[in-house]
Design a protein around this ligand. Structure first.
Ligand code: AHR
Length: 517
């Protein structure tokens, strides 16, 4: 009877345009809270593509744009602030046609090349191994090298490892010394090829497996410099690739040849043929985008099932080393440069993806958003000396408190957000506890019209201490050059802990970070 009354009331309220915001009760599973959220889940990806490197990161020492040995100072400052733990480079598809030796030594002697994948432009190789590693030192982040398996050789990749990591007299270490760097760096993370089923060589799983084993054999761990090898996994939805690869690895006892398998997952709102505008979209496209982005969780779970089947004892990590929204390039931008704007919708995709990665941190040890600057779902956009921090940047900044914290699994039933035949859970969340005992919740509410009341029992010892919110007036608001920022984090004060329960209302189309301590 009570239920019937509630239903009738809700029908009436819907008819007169008032939404009944049900209380969403989220419980914390403290008993199963032992997994660390690897900080590398908050990693980035930078490819020699469009203006990601040239113009975005690198302007050269002689540029009028303020720089530190050629690296843009404003971009470096913004990336330090956002807390970037790792950076993958030099591609992407570009990696499989990059010959690292062309990018070392005096710049005037470096041969140019054609970037055949991205705009058929000339690449002058002025940004190479030394410049990239200097960038990583400046940002205090771990480099991830994507090695060329597609058009390179085993020797070339093995010598790259020797050049950057070895501390023993050898042709490569002498060459490094001649180029001004007698001491080795330490590059731990190596991709053995990129999308080898496509742009990285169009290989079958069998071909890739045989090549990978050969390459992996000759990628040496020098003293105190053990390598972490990431092999090519599926793109989008292709668990068949994972299945074939792991079956081969397990039958041939080659599971020890790698530490992680990659996954690439792009959210392409309208599909590859007509992706759709980054800024000019309807509510239908908003919900479809959220629905597609949430699909990454199914793909992760399908892959985990395959790992469990072929490697019941040995743990394989997942590196989601390319993910993000892929829209039509901005009108007027150069073909092949993949330059796109970034709205509150992209922020939602970042928020939900990071929550999903956090919640699967027992398997996912690394993820790299594509890409850092001026390409796809970028953190930062630049235009000559101007710079814009995108809504996605602010999500990464809000979420950085999860880095290396312990996941607290959550359980709840989300209300549904429905629109024109599409339906998604309205609320998405992850939670973690850091060494100081502070608990952080990050939530997204995809519903563009309705807020939701949330209750989270946190215990009597904790109090609400700080909150931040990211939202905007319109779902397609974005930050643009020469204008005040429309999508920016603000302090969120409307939460409290009452009798051990954290209570707050998450506004429509917003992302929240709440701290209790
Ligand atoms: O990020 C752009 C491209 O997408 C990468 O080069 C490639 O790996 C993927 O297909």
């Amino acid at each position: 009877m009570k239920n019937l009354r509630l239903v009738l009331l809700s029908v009436l309220f819907t008819l007169i345009g008032i939404s009944l915001n049900a209380q969403v009760k989220i419980s914390l599973d403290n008993k199963h809270s032992s997994q660390k959220i690897s900080k590398h889940i908050y990693g980035h990806f930078s490819e020699h593509l469009g203006n990601c490197i040239y113009g975005g990161i690198w302007v050269g020492e002689d540029s009028p744009i303020p720089n530190i040995n050629g690296i843009r100072s404003d971009v470096a400052d913004a990336l330090i602030e956002v807390g970037m733990p790792s950076l993958r480079w030099p591609g992407g598809c570009f990696a499989d046609e990059y010959h690292w030796k062309d990018g070392i030594g005096p710049k005037s002697e470096r041969p140019p090349m054609i970037n055949t994948h991205w705009g058929m432009v000339s690449e002058d190789n002025s940004f190479g191994t030394h410049e990239f590693l200097e960038l990583c030192e400046l940002l205090d982040c771990e480099p991830i090298f994507a090695g060329n398996m597609g058009s390179g050789t085993v020797r070339e990749m093995s010598e790259w490892v020797e050049y950057v990591n070895a501390d023993i007299k050898s042709p490569m270490t002498l060459l490094r010394e001649k180029n001004g760097h007698p001491d080795p760096w330490y590059v731990k993370y190596w991709n053995i090829g990129n999308e080898s089923w496509g742009c990285g060589g169009n290989m079958s799983a069998e071909d890739y497996f045989n090549n990978m084993v050969r390459y992996s054999t000759f990628l040496r761990s020098y003293p105190d410099k053990s390598l972490y090898k990431i092999i090519v996994g599926p793109g989008g939805s292709d668990p068949g690739w994972t299945e074939k690869l792991l079956k081969l690895a397990s039958e041939n006892r080659k599971m020890n040849m790698f530490n992680a398998i990659s996954m690439h997952y792009y959210t392409v709102p309208g599909g590859w043929a007509k992706k759709g505008s980054a800024t000019d979209f309807s509510e239908k496209e908003w919900i479809v985008t959220i629905h597609k982005a949430l699909g990454i969780e199914d793909e992760i779970e399908k892959n985990i099932e395959i790992f469990k089947k072929y490697s019941p004892r040995q743990k394989i990590d997942i590196a989601v080393d390319e993910w993000g929204c892929w829209h039509d390039q901005e009108p007027g931008s150069k073909n092949g440069f993949l330059y796109q704007q970034n709205t509150l919708r992209d922020a939602m995709v970042a928020a939900l993806s990071l929550n999903i990665f956090n919640n699967h941190c027992d398997w996912i040890k690394m993820a790299n958003i594509a890409q850092t600057i001026n390409v796809l779902q970028a953190m930062i956009l630049t235009n000559d000396e101007e710079i814009v921090k995108t809504p996605t940047y602010y999500v990464f900044k809000m979420y950085k408190l999860h880095q290396d914290a312990i996941l607290i699994p959550t359980e709840f039933e989300s209300p549904e957000y429905k629109f024109e035949g599409e339906s998604v859970p309205a609320i998405n969340i992850s939670a973690s506890k850091n060494e100081k005992g502070e608990v952080h919740f990050t939530l997204a509410n995809f519903d563009p019209l309705n807020s939701h009341q949330i209750e989270i029992p946190v215990g009597d010892d904790l109090n609400f201490s700080y909150g931040e919110i990211l939202t905007a007036e319109n779902m397609n608001d974005f930050n643009d050059f020469g204008e005040n920022e429309k999508v920016i984090t603000k302090e969120f004060k409307k939460a409290s802990v009452n009798k051990g329960t954290l209570l707050f209302e998450i506004p429509a189309k917003s992302i929240l970070m709440l701290e209790v301590k």
